[in-house]
Design a protein around this ligand. Structure first.
Ligand SMILES: [Zn+2]
Length: 161
């Protein structure tokens, strides 16, 4: 990992911890609430949290009768993480967006064929999830939409597992 990568990354172990204050559970922050409401906010389970982004890329699929011609797509990427709620958050949306944007910025307005031999949406999804794994402590699901109505999805364990 380069210094530039470190500057861009936000949810990586060893760089900056996720927004979790171990000494302060969500329960300690809700003492102004009624006993009943407070009990309801003492999380004993994990919660899912997600963000989405868009970016544009060109590609062609070598040998494919239709997709073998150079063309482009607007890709939508949805990431869903899962973790414990600490201090009222699993993680700050801004940090999750920054992690996702940090990966996508490398590919936006480029050709997938510069990075992948056969840039199907499956291979794009695999590549992006491998890059995101280095930036996320949490287990996550990544769904990549190639235009409208077509997507691939993969699940990954977090980098601390
Ligand atoms: Zn295509």
């Amino acid at each position: 990992m380069t210094a530039g990568d470190l500057a861009n990354c936000c949810i990586v172990g060893g760089h900056r911890p996720p927004l979790q204050r171990e000494s302060q559970t969500s329960c300690t922050l809700v003492q102004s609430l009624s006993q009943r409401d407070r009990a309801a906010l003492c999380y004993s389970h994990t919660m899912k949290l997600g963000v989405s982004e868009y970016f544009d890329c060109a590609h062609f699929l070598p040998g494919h009768p239709k997709c073998g011609r150079l063309h482009g797509h607007t890709y939508k990427v949805e990431i869903t993480i899962e973790g414990q709620v600490k201090s009222g958050m699993v993680v700050d949306f801004a940090d999750l967006k920054e992690a996702l944007r940090g990966v996508l910025a490398h590919y936006d307005h480029r050709s997938w064929n510069d990075f992948l031999e056969y840039p199907s949406v499956e291979n794009v999804c695999e590549l992006l999830s491998a890059k995101l794994k280095d930036r996320l402590l949490f287990p996550f699901t990544l769904r990549v939409w190639e235009g409208h109505g077509k997507w691939a999805e993969t699940e990954r364990a977090g980098s601390n597992e």
